[in-house]
Ligand binder design. Structure first.
Ligand SMILES: Nc1ncnc2c1ncn2[C@@H]1O[C@H](COP(=O)(O)OP(=O)(O)OP(=O)(O)O)[C@@H](O)[C@H]1O
Ligand SMILES: [Mg+2]
Length: 202
């Protein structure tokens, strides 16, 4: 089986993906790193991030990576360069935006636009929508990691992989849980209009 583990940066793709591959005895591959290493992405200093520059090369690299094995855990956010027919399941990790904010700010030391635009991506279900767009609903399953240990998240992913747990989407609704003022401040910070200091998350 080929399983993609995706989600907003900081939701735990690498931690969970590596653990899953160990337990399942699958090959683990970090497609984002592979795309950067092999020159399909370039660094955008304004956004402080890597972007796919050459789609054709990126698709070719993704294809080569996927052909490594039939039993694969693919850790990536570059969903649109992957051939959907070669993937069996896409797990989208979710994390409450205020937890994600703290994790990105204090663990990854991200700040300002980069920090807030990624948190806004989580608020707006960006990677869920992208996953469904690229792979179709039936292949996509969300896992809410909020308040769960890595082992608990891994166990939930395994249940989905083994078919013991239904592949569900629409399991979280961050917008309905968040104070509209907080969302407005996050949005302004994402656009560079205010600093992330206006978001003091307890
Ligand atoms: N369930 C969890 N509970 C607590 N901390 C976690 C959990 N999952 C991951 N972490 C921690 O969160 C941080 C980010 O995790 P990780 O690097 O796996 O995320 P990622 O989605 O791969 O991020 P990126 O997209 O930037 O590569 C790490 O410090 C990791 O130890
Ligand atoms: Mg990672």
């Amino acid at each position: 089986m080929r399983v993609i583990v995706t989600g907003t940066p900081g939701t735990g793709k690498t931690t969970v993906g590596k653990r899953l591959s160990e337990i399942l005895n699958y090959v683990y591959v970090n497609l984002n790193e592979e795309l950067i290493r092999r020159g399909a992405c370039t660094y955008n200093p304004i956004l402080d991030t890597y972007e796919v520059m050459d789609r054709e090369i990126a698709e070719r690299i993704a294809d080569e990576v996927i052909e490594i094995s039939r039993n694969l855990v693919i850790d990536t956010i570059a969903l649109s360069v992957i051939d959907p027919d070669k993937v069996d399941l896409v797990i989208v990790l979710r994390l409450h935006p205020l937890e994600l904010f703290k994790r990105l700010k204090y663990t990854k030391m991200w700040k300002g636009t980069k920090l807030c635009s990624n948190v806004m991506a989580e608020v707006l279900d960006y990677f869920l929508i992208e996953a469904v767009d690229c792979f179709g609903e039936e292949k996509v399953a969300e896992v809410d990691t909020t308040g769960k240990s890595v082992e608990e998240v891994v166990d939930e992913c395994l249940s989905i992989i083994y078919g013991k747990k239904e592949r569900r989407r629409g399991i979280v609704s961050w917008l309905s849980l968040l104070d509209p003022d907080v969302v407005a401040r996050l949005d302004m910070c994402a656009r560079g209009e205010v600093s992330d200091d206006v978001l003091v998350v307890g």
